[in-house]
Design a protein around this ligand. Structure first.
Ligand code: AMP
Length: 585
């Protein structure tokens, strides 16, 4: 298949904001894609080169792409950079500059999706001396053969920002629409932007089968291939694999105890909400692997956790879900997440770090045990299995402290204890609910008391003045709407420290944000929306200043969330509206 064919699909997708129309476009593409190309298309349609769970990264920064555009277009890198500052999109820059370049060389080859995919994948595999030059060469080779429009999307894929607005929901539905339409009878009415389905029950059955297959594999390529070749029977047989991380279930927020019970029913289980970071732990025979909430493999950073899993958890093969919390060896008290966050990134002195910043694993769920998929078992059953398989060892591994109750009073007391012991709040768990990977459903909800902050993404910043002249010092933040757009809601300048030892500093933020600058004008820089921070505020107001229509009054940075949250995990605009309405009351 020619890459240009896919590029035309990208263009169609970019033109519409309607989710159903996008689904229709993708489903038509899937229908005509050969079995051989299907796995590649499933990745490229989302701008990916590897599935969700795969950690390999392309690792090509904007600077390098500027160099390759310059080589391919024959235009000076300085001019490429200037063009980039105007639009903030190197894809568009590549398109425009390659359009103006001279005739193609005689040895020019038409690009296929396979060629683009293989070259780009190689980027992630290069290591050692000469890597940078090889990367430039690989991308430049593609751009030299590319037509202008192709160049636009090659560059965007390299930079991992496809900007065509394709979400997982559209892809999941497109698989059903492409491979099973005869089972339920489906028509998309473009004019009214709705679908008509002859047999809704069947439609839901197939959509669920696709979703469940994705839940356990975390990979649309294998799901689409199975749907095409083995039908619903094949999808229903797909299994969790130990060693391949699945998405973690996410929590909704509630503002009071009553609302917690409304969501999770009575009785519900309440648990301490530990202030650490998520660890999805896999074990098969003697191999233990640890994944973060972002599905990064951090096994080699936590040798003490590997040892303790082997020693204190019964079973040959399992996947458990937990929160690792730091504590002080001196006092035994829990420490806030910030104090152990360095362990996630640290690559050397690992044993010393585990001595200085030890963690306790607080297990709260089990997803797979001795060949059995536990995702669809009720929480109550999963929890009781935990009690059978974990030998509790305080300060090494425990089961999250919990209480099953129907009474608000019990929960209020439990909440106070949780806070008193240095935790963030409590979680409510619905006793009869399954485990829904990646979903923010009300099967588990968090309650952090009145002082709940929001998780926002930094989209712009300003260079400081005087002694802060080398630092970014004022940060515009945004929340996310249901289509994945970042809408700005305020500017944060407080809560940030002058010195790194005291907490999150201007220097630390500047280091994180500097590589994400996409354009600069005067003192202001625009940023790739990547860094998530937690922010506290006094009040939410309506405001014409920001494109969300709201503004946080007196926002203050509480902590960085970039290690455990992706931009799409930012607080939703719906939730901001809900908070605003509540406050009015
Ligand atoms: P938040 O990060 O504020 O969205 O809250 C959800 C996170 O709380 C989860 O992703 C876990 O990392 C963490 N957490 C701490 N204790 C628990 C618990 N007992 N059950 C589930 N999640 C927990």
């Amino acid at each position: 298949m020619k890459y240009l064919e896919l590029v035309k699909i990208y263009e169609e997708l970019e033109k519409t904001t309607k989710r159903l129309e996008k689904t229709e476009i993708i489903s038509k593409l899937l229908k005509k894609t050969s079995k051989e190309n299907l796995p590649i298309i499933m990745l490229l349609i989302e701008g990916r080169l590897f599935p969700n769970w795969d950690e390999r990264e392309i690792g090509v920064a904007s600077r390098l792409v500027i160099k390759t555009i310059s080589i391919a277009s024959g235009i000076d890198a300085f001019r490429v950079e200037n063009e980039w500052k105007k639009t903030g999109d190197l894809g568009l820059v590549a398109e425009n500059l390659i359009k103006t370049k001279k005739q193609r060389t005689l040895d020019f080859q038409e690009l296929t999706i396979k060629k683009v995919f293989t070259n780009l994948r190689k980027l992630a595999e290069l290591e050692g001396a000469g890597t940078v030059e090889r990367k430039v060469q690989l991308v430049a080779e593609l751009l030299t053969s590319a037509e202008a429009l192709e160049a636009k999307y090659i560059v965007r894929t390299v930079l991992q920002e496809l900007r065509v607005g394709v979400g997982e929901g559209s892809i999941r539905d497109a698989i059903g629409w492409a491979f099973f339409p005869s089972k339920f009878g489906l028509r998309y009415n473009k004019k009214e932007n709705k679908i008509e389905v002859d047999n809704l029950e069947e439609y839901n059955k197939y959509a669920n089968a696709v979703q469940k297959a994705f839940d356990v594999t975390n990979d649309f390529s294998v799901v689409a291939e199975t749907a095409k070749t083995k039908g619903i029977g094949g999808l229903n047989k797909m299994k969790l694999s130990v060693g391949i991380p699945i998405k973690v279930m996410l929590a909704l927020k509630v503002d009071n105890v009553e609302e917690g019970f409304e969501r999770c029913g009575r009785p519900a289980e309440v648990e301490y909400k530990y202030d650490g970071f998520r660890m999805q732990i896999h074990k098969k025979n003697d191999d233990v692997e640890i994944f973060t909430r972002r599905l990064e493999n951090v096994t080699n950073r936590f040798p003490e956790v590997v040892r303790c899993i082997k020693k204190y958890v019964k079973g040959k093969e399992f996947i458990i879900d937990s929160e690792a919390v730091g504590y002080s060896r001196k006092t035994g008290d829990y420490l806030p997440f910030q104090s152990i966050s360095q362990r996630i990134k640290r690559k050397y002195d690992i044993e010393r770090m585990s001595e200085e910043f030890p963690v306790e694993v607080n297990v709260f769920d089990v997803l797979y045990y001795e060949g059995k998929n536990m995702l669809n078992e009720p929480f109550k059953e999963r929890h009781s299995l935990l009690n059978k398989i974990i030998k509790k060892q305080p300060k090494e591994i425990i089961i999250a402290k919990s209480l099953t109750t129907s009474k608000n009073k019990d929960v209020e007391k439990f909440y106070k204890e949780a806070i008193h012991e240095g935790n963030e709040g409590i979680m409510f768990k619905k006793l009869d609910a399954p485990y829904k990977p990646g979903a923010r459903v009300g099967y588990m909800v968090k309650y952090k008391g009145q002082q709940e902050g929001v998780d926002a993404v930094i989209t712009r910043a300003e260079w400081g003045q005087g002694k802060r002249a080398n630092w970014l010092s004022s940060f515009t933040i945004a929340c996310i709407d249901e289509d994945g757009n970042f809408l700005e809601i305020g500017k944060v300048g407080t809560g940030i420290k002058e010195k790194t030892e005291e907490g999150v500093s201007f220097e630390e933020l500047t280091k994180l944000l500097n590589p994400l600058i996409t354009s600069e004008e005067g003192k202001e820089v625009k940023l790739k929306p990547q860094i998530v921070i937690e922010v506290e505020y006094e009040e939410i107001q309506k405001s014409p200043t920001y494109d969300s229509g709201f503004a946080l009054r007196f926002p203050r940075l509480i902590r960085l969330r970039n290690l455990d949250k992706k931009p799409k995990d930012a607080t939703s605009m719906d939730y901001i509206k809900k908070l605003y309405e509540k406050q009015k009351k």
